[in-house]
Design a protein around this ligand. Structure first.
Ligand code: DAH
Length: 346
């Protein structure tokens, strides 16, 4: 019996040392130490032994069991360690592999231009106001001194949704909305950027939808010189300190007097070229002193308050600033075009 036990011990230890994975090792444990295993089998036969031999065999069997158990545990730890090692090796990152470049986006040139203009006016104490793109006939026209059947409505071919609703043709309705909210008390100082829509055929300089930025200042003692000074700062900050402005008389139903502002042409320095069509000046925006009717309709007393307003197209400004020759570039989103406005080379 002693020999049988020693034999078994050798046999198991050999199997343990040859086990290559945890499952295999567990099979060995079950096979040799389990209830149906050979060691238990040997112990069952102890009844036949003499009382002197019995404790000797018993303690030998326990010793062997303990030894096997110990070896099994040690091997298990070893195999587990190996498994971890293997996993780590498999998962190791090859840092010599060249990285995949991350494609960075950048601001759209229009967003960039609008932000720049917004920042400039915020710096001058203006707030940014917004209004709906689906606008009522009242705000888009009537509140701006353009009653129904007014011929100047033809200047802005509109997309009507119903008799009373349309896609706004300009950002000027935000003027009326802002003044109404101010409930007849100044000062009001806002710029209103947003999208507008016109029934125009798209070409290099026209689009059926584009952006505008409206400006409005209403307070006591606001004069035309305030408008001129503001526009002068705007032109110099956006286009460069060397630019001159000039105001030409014009007509808008919501301002009186009305002007259009030109800036001196940078291309030719005022001599005349094809960018300025030989005039030395480039038209930038429309402006004027808020018409008393407009003030009154939105709840301001024109005897006490006066104001100026202006409206410009960021597309046109960006085109002049960056030398873009076709307005459609802004909307077709060709990445090669957009990339040129990234702060770093993409
Ligand atoms: N709303 C005008 C347009 O779309 C632009 C404009 C002109 C706005 C004069 C103004 C202004 O506020 O005073 O053609």
């Amino acid at each position: 019996m002693k020999e049988r036990l020693h034999e078994l011990k050798e046999e198991v230890l050999e199997k343990i040392s040859k086990a290559t994975d945890l499952k295999h090792l567990n099979d060995v444990r079950v096979a040799y130490l389990g209830k149906k295993g050979p060691i238990t089998e040997v112990l069952r036969g102890m009844g036949k032994l003499s009382p002197e031999e019995r404790p000797i065999i018993g303690s030998l069997a326990n010793e062997i069991r303990a030894k096997i158990s110990e070896k099994l545990d040690a091997k298990k730890a070893e195999l587990e360690e190996l498994a971890v090692q293997k996993k780590l090796e498999e998962e190791s990152i090859d840092i010599t592999l060249p990285g995949r470049p991350v494609t960075l986006g950048c601001d759209h040139p229009l967003t960039k231009t609008i932000r720049e203009i917004e920042d400039l006016f915020i710096g001058l104490g203006y707030e940014v106001a917004e209004g709906p793109e689906v606008e009522t006939d009242y705000y888009n026209f009537e509140a701006l001194n353009l009653p129904k059947n007014h011929p100047a409505r033809d200047m802005q071919d509109s997309f009507y949704i119903t008799e009373e609703l349309l896609l706004r043709t300009h950002t000027s309705p935000v003027q009326a909305r802002t003044m109404e909210k101010a409930k007849g008390r100044g000062p009001v100082k806002v710029i209103c950027p947003g999208r507008v829509y016109r029934r125009d055929n798209d070409d290099a300089t026209h689009s059926h939808q584009f952006m505008q930025i409206e400006g409005l200042v209403v307070d006591e003692n606001i004069r035309m010189s305030d408008l001129k000074g503001t526009l002068n700062i705007f032109a110099k900050k956006i286009f460069g300190e060397d630019r001159e402005i000039r105001l030409r008389p014009s007509f808008f139903p919501f301002t009186e007097p009305s002007v259009e502002m030109d800036i001196s042409c940078k291309m030719c320095g005022g001599k005349g070229c094809n960018v300025c069509k030989g005039t030395g000046w480039i038209e930038i925006l429309g402006a004027g002193m808020v018409h008393p009717n407009v003030l009154r309709m939105s709840g301001f007393d024109p005897e006490k308050y006066s104001g100026f307003a202006f409206g410009m197209g960021p597309e046109r400004i960006a085109m002049l600033k960056y030398g873009i020759d076709d307005i459609r570039h802004f909307y077709t989103n060709d990445v090669r075009f957009l990339k040129q406005f990234a702060p770093v080379d993409l």
